[in-house]
Design a protein around this ligand. Structure first.
Ligand code: UFG
Length: 333
């Protein structure tokens, strides 16, 4: 590819988006980040070659101005609310942000003849699946408004591909984890709910003891099993998806996971091994809405996108996350 290509990254200041921005810069693309900074961080995209525009997908006029100013080859859409529990309490907020926000984006894309979109979807679309590993053609029965909102967008994109010649790839992430190997960017959620950062904070003494949500599941050690996938591997898949859309119009869905399941207790043990410190913890009640086992069949992404995860080992994923947390704790000293 000889020409530098412009890509709009909605939600590019967030956890996964900011890793994608780094990957794009490394590949010679020119990312323009559009982010309302409600959960993202401007420091995460302060990097040479990156433009940050503060704006909200609910504001269609500001989106129109951005599309008028730049000539985009494609859009990657990471912006959205992601907390499952919160989505149950505030479904309207989730549908507004995740569905109505995306409708605005796609409308302005179609108006502007920018017809390539990579969309951040989720394994939450499967609900409580009956098989493992889960292929993309498994029935989708989300258990909460978050999962419903992502599935609704997938349906909308499919219809827009038919009607307007849109090219779209929806990537269903399993459990995004880890941090950039440089230690410069990582998972910085203001109110953290994810297992690996919570284990690390407990071990470092910067957070409370970990509560293990249930040890009476039908799994070998009784705790839930998840498929943890490195955030830089997710970013790589997005780059491949951008290139994949050169092949033609249509909607394509890919799972992204390593195909290896780790229980909560196994993750806790990996954090203790990597950090060399115990993770203070106690048993707690099951968390509502948790499936026992979620493991991806990502063979389609390997086959069609040529996706090859670089950091599939759980200890590497945890080590990168640990290094980033160390930077946060001691980086300024
Ligand atoms: N867990 C604990 N204690 C905690 C936090 C988590 O035991 O304090 C357990 C959970 O019960 C679960 C596992 O650790 O079994 C992983 O939980 P996370 O909250 O880290 O991740 P989830 O699997 O719940 O959710 C992730 C994404 C969601 C996405 C979902 C798709 O964060 O956005 O995967 O399955 F919807």
């Amino acid at each position: 590819m000889d020409r530098r290509r412009h890509v709009l990254i909605c939600g590019g200041a967030g956890y996964i988006g900011s890793h994608m921005v780094r990957a794009l810069v490394e590949k010679g693309w020119e990312p323009v980040v559009f982010d309302n900074l409600s959960t993202g961080h401007h420091e995460s995209v302060q990097h040479e070659g990156v433009t940050l525009i503060r704006g909200d997908l609910m504001d269609k006029q500001s989106l129109r101005r951005v599309f008028a100013e730049y000539s985009f080859d494609a859009v990657a859409h990471f912006a959205g609310l992601i907390a499952v529990g919160e989505s149950v309490l505030s479904p309207l907020t989730y549908y507004q942000n995740n569905v109505a926000g995306t409708l605005n984006l796609v409308e302005v894309m179609v108006e502007s003849h920018v017809l390539r979109l990579v969309f951040s979807s989720t394994a939450a679309v499967y609900g409580n699946p009956g098989t493992e590993p889960i292929p993309e053609n498994h029935p989708c029965l989300p258990l909460n408004p978050y999962g419903h909102s992502k599935l609704m967008v997938e349906t909308i994109l499919e219809d827009c591909c038919q009607a307007y010649g849109l090219r779209s790839v929806a990537l269903r992430y399993f459990n995004a984890a880890g941090a950039h190997p440089s230690g410069e960017i990582g998972e910085a959620h203001a109110s953290e709910t994810h297992l690996i950062p919570l284990c690390i904070r407990a071990a470092m003494g910067t957070g409370p003891e970990l509560k293990i949500f249930g040890d009476d599941y039908l799994t070998p050690d009784g705790t839930c099993i998840r498929d943890y996938v490195h955030v830089c591997d997710l970013a790589d898949a997005h780059i491949s998806a951008l290139e994949f859309m050169d092949q033609g119009p249509g909607m394509h869905v890919f799972n992204l996971g390593n195909g290896n399941g780790f229980s909560v207790k196994e993750v806790l043990a990996a954090v203790e091994k990597v950090g060399g410190k115990p993770v203070p913890h106690r048993m707690a009640q099951r968390r509502a809405g948790d499936a026992a086992v979620l493991v991806a069949d990502s063979s389609r992404a390997r086959r069609e996108l040529g996706w090859r995860p670089r950091y599939s080992d759980i200890e590497t994923i945890v080590r990168h996350a640990w290094n980033w947390h160390m930077q946060q704790k001691f980086g300024g000293e």
